[in-house]
Design a protein around this ligand. Sequence first.
Ligand code: ADP
Ligand code: MG
Length: 310
Amino acid sequence: MTQNAIEIRGLQKTYRGGRHEPAKQALKGVDLDIPAGSIFGLLGPNGAGKSTMINIMAGLVTKTAGSVRIWGFDQDQNPRQARAAIGVMPQELNLDPFFTPRGALEVQAGLYGVPKSQRRSDEILEMVGLSDKAEAYARTLSGGMRRRLLLAKALVHFPQVLVLDEPTAGVDIELRQMLWQNVRKLNRERGMTIILTTHYLEEAEEMCDEIAIVHQGQKITQAATSDLLGQIDAKTMVIDPASPAKILPQADGIDVTLRDDGTIALSYHARQTSAEDVLRAVRDAGITIRDVKTEQADLEDVFLDLTRSR
Ligand code: ADP
Ligand code: MG
């Protein structure tokens, strides 16, 4: 048992350019510790470098520099042990159309050297709700079922660390709930460390004990979820005026935009400005409020906040 499930130091990745594209530095020297037993969120906008980092951990992409330890095993010094300790559910649906779910799990178990007597294909299929599709051809499976099969494949060797890359992007609510139930169960009952990437802040908020935010190939911040969300105090109030606004509200610390639909968006920082201050500015501009709603800060706001304050 190690203290950290993952220890990454000075991780760099430069993708070599092609004839028509320049080289791309996707990771610029990242240090990252992921505590054993946690559900850990790797957050960042598209192109931040999340998949690159995960694919390096999984041994699918070669790093340019730095070191990666998985469950205490250095990837370069103990590649087999490092690989055995981690299972990855990839972002892309890359399934061989000629295998049935049971067949795909057997092949995967073989690749990981799991002896026949220790294989638990049926148990895993049951867990992801694919028992009745065990012998169906992969090409007849729906998108949701394929995703569940990818999760099942990541579990054949019962790794200590399970990585899910954007598991819920474009997934329906039912599948999302099934995924999260499974993930929580694996974490609770088997003590599996779970790492997931997402660009949904709410999802990370709900699922993760700890979060790291990556942006342009660098780690911007890492903190317990509750601490991090406390730092985010950017809020937006949207006012629907009873009649079109003649003048817009104005006040220090409030950023005002008139939207195309005639509503007025007022952005402010809750620590400096109260909702009452915002409403007062609206009334002072002679605006009668027909309706009001608030918008949660999304991840873009968080990035702006975090990058601005650096
Ligand atoms: P994320 O998963 O956070 O969206 P990625 O790790 O996929 O980010 O990508 C990080 C950066 O590296 C992006 O600019 C992307 O275009 C680039 N990149 C990713 N994979 C490749 C590749 N195989 N070849 C060249 N560039 C790549
Ligand atoms: Mg990605």
